[in-house]
Design a protein around this ligand. Structure first.
Ligand code: SF4
Length: 356
């Protein structure tokens, strides 16, 4: 059975957000969806989201949607390798409860979801970046994708779409605006509410990737759509002419991983077998954690069974010396060669963009 879309317990709207047409539309959508507690704030500061303890703060923040105006620092597109040339945020935060969440440790404070009311201004910022960027623009392998803008770095935009409409605005903008050069909008999601996207004038300029995983990893993904429903949603979008993709993440060598990932690829192959002109990519991302993300996640999910054992991992240092705990080199090699072969055998139409 498909899960119901997220309904926040309360919506906080800053004064500046309430003055913008998109902010007003979000308020109307929230009321129509059945949110009873919509608070129009007198100023632009959100009230404290701290509750009694860390668990209570988490619960309060995760059930709150804040409608705010993105400041210039958040509007400026940032490079985002290996996915895309630029990051383009329509929101920050996510209502789901994944025990490995990528946002843990990268966003400070209680995990409230903030939807940006100045979407038009954010989208207008794309023009200045067209033709620039180092991931897809001008590269041999991915230059045909054009200048790429990733909208799911700090949120799951489809999970909020029924309340915000921001994703539809972005897809329509990418599909219809004259950018003076090829552009692709991209996002990845663990939700399945794609009905509002099917008839948009996307013109093939938005690639929707579904974050999917082995069946036994799904238990770590609270509040998201079931994986089978994500695969069905991928099929619907592909039939509507969207370029689509799989973000297989985070890959984990759970017991029986070969069989489980093979079953996943077979399910996608069956769901897309009759899609005309299928344009399907894959991105393969192994599980990793940082000291900070582990600390935050253990605060949020103290009883998690997710393996975050430094002794079973190899340390990798990022650009600025930050430590990440990744799988040991032999495990990475084994998984990588298995995945490349499995995709070639089971989903030969899919184009692998990267492994990390
Ligand atoms: S869907 Fe993504 S952003 Fe949302 S909780 Fe899960 S991992 Fe985090």
């Amino acid at each position: 059975m498909t899960r119901s879309p997220w309904l926040p317990k309360r919506v906080l709207v800053t004064r500046s957000a309430a003055e913008l047409p998109h902010g007003q539309r979000i308020v109307e959508r929230c009321a129509a969806a059945g949110v009873e507690d919509v608070q129009l704030l007198r100023g632009d500061r959100l009230p404290s989201l701290q509750a009694g303890d860390e668990r209570a703060t988490y619960a309060l923040a995760k059930s709150t949607l804040a409608v705010v105006v993105a400041p210039p620092s958040k509007r400026r597109p940032q490079p985002i390798p290996p996915s895309a040339d630029w990051r383009l945020d329509l929101a920050e935060g996510c209502p789901a409860h994944c025990q490995y969440c990528y946002l843990a440790g990268s966003l400070g404070g209680p995990p409230v979801t903030r939807a940006y009311a100045n979407v038009e201004e954010i989208l207008d910022g794309m023009d200045a970046h067209v033709g620039r960027g180092g991931v897809t623009s001008g590269t041999v392998e991915r230059g045909h994708e054009g200048t790429t803008f990733e909208t799911s770095c700090y949120t799951d935009p489809l999970g909020l779409e029924h309340l915000t409409g921001s994703l539809s605005a972005a897809i329509t903008h990418a599909g219809t605006h004259d950018f003076g050069g090829p552009v692709q909008l991209r996002f990845t999601t663990k939700y399945d509410g794609v009905a509002p996207l099917l008839d948009l004038p996307h013109h093939g300029r938005t690639r929707v990737r579904f974050s999917v995983n082995a069946a036994s990893v799904e238990r770590f993904e609270g509040g998201t759509a079931r994986i089978a429903d994500r695969v069905a949603a991928l099929r619907s979008l592909a039939l509507a002419g969207y370029p689509v993709g799989l973000t297989v993440a985070p890959i984990m060598p759970v017991e029986g991983w070969r069989e489980e990932y093979a079953a996943l690829f077979d399910a996608v192959a069956a769901a897309t077998a009759d899609v005309p002109d299928l344009d399907l990519t894959t991105e393969l991302i192994t599980h990793r954690f940082t000291p900070k993300s582990k600390e935050v996640l253990l605060g949020w999910y103290p009883r998690t069974k997710l393996e975050m054992d430094e002794d079973l991992r190899r340390q990798k240092r990022g650009k600025y010396g930050a430590v990440k705990h990744v799988y040991p080199t032999p495990v990475m090699h084994e998984m990588r060669s298995w995945f490349e072969q499995a995709l070639a055998d089971r989903l030969p139409a899919a184009r692998l963009l990267y492994w990390t």
